[in-house]
Design a protein around this ligand. Structure first.
Ligand code: IPE
Ligand code: IPE
Ligand code: MG
Length: 253
């Protein structure tokens, strides 16, 4: 039996400050700033995306060290289709490359790989690669790593309503609409709501990410550009999260 990395904690000094009784189960990240990172170096935007792979590796490593169970990364939005065709093509090539390179690590560390979004919009080859990794890793017991691809929060809600209407037309939907029922029609109904949402690059917006799921998520905006994101940024965000009081509309204890 291969060992999950979540079993052992690393040595970073910030890690020791983290309260193990208050670990966010689900961390979601809006990985932003690749283009600006490249621009500031006089490079093409795609170089920023390539460098952004380091940010992805850092986030995965840090999530495992901290003992986070679910990590969800916003990699491509429904609105990102507006970008130049060449950039979009390069982004999916990079994703194919990442999956190929990380195959062994995903296996060794028992990472359960998932996706959310309109996968049918993706290039056929990429969609197949993603489905293969998902199928191979569905019983893995380590970190659940979800990539949001051709994802939009509104699109997800529309898709859920569409599925519900479809069921209703077949006469299979008779119950009252509750939050729990809507949840069942989302892309990944079994994922808990994120406890913590991190956005890099200093932008104070949600950009259509997980609109339904972030109702009570704690939000942290970091000034770092995504290619510069390292495990310490993740640890600092978790420490900041642990200092907050989540009231969910109630009153202080
Ligand atoms: C995030 O970086 C990656 C994707 C949205 C695919 P950006 O490409 O948005 O970088 P900026 O925001 O232009 O700097
Ligand atoms: C959000 O970043 C989408 C992803 C990180 C995939 P964008 O760069 O697309 O968002 P805006 O345009 O700044 O809101
Ligand atoms: Mg951006």
């Amino acid at each position: 039996m291969k060992k999950s990395k979540q079993e052992g904690r690393g040595e970073h000094p910030l890690l020791k400050l983290i309260d193990t009784s208050k670990i966010p189960a689900h961390v979601a990240i809006i990985m932003d700033g690749n283009g600006r990172w490249a621009k500031s170096r006089g490079l093409a935007r795609i170089e920023g995306h390539k460098a952004g792979i380091e940010g992805v590796k850092a986030a995965v490593e840090a999530a495992q060290e901290v003992g986070v169970k679910y990590l969800t990364l916003y990699a491509f939005s429904v609105e990102n289709w507006k970008r130049p065709e060449s950039e979009v093509k390069e982004l999916f090539n990079l994703l194919d490359h990442y999956l190929e390179k990380e195959k062994e690590k995903i296996e060794e560390e028992q990472i359960r790989f998932r996706t959310i979004g309109r996968l049918n919009d993706l290039p056929k080859k990429t969609k197949k690669n993603l489905e293969d990794v998902q199928n191979k890793t569905m019983n893995h017991k380590g970190l659940t790593l979800t990539f949001a691809l051709s994802y939009g929060g509104r699109a997800e809600i529309c898709d859920a309503i569409g599925k519900m209407i479809g069921k209703a037309k077949m006469g299979e939907f008779s119950s009252e609409v509750t939050e729990d029922i809507v949840q069942k029609y989302l892309y990944a109904p079994d994922l808990p709501d994120p406890d913590l949402l991190i956005r890099t690059s200093g932008e104070y917006r949600i950009s259509n990410f997980l609109l339904w799921q972030i109702a009570y998520t704690e939000i942290i905006i970091l000034d770092v550009l995504w290619p510069d994101f390292r495990p310490e940024h993740f640890y600092e965000a978790v420490l900041d999260y642990q200092r907050r009081e989540r009231r969910y509309g109630g009153v202080s204890e």
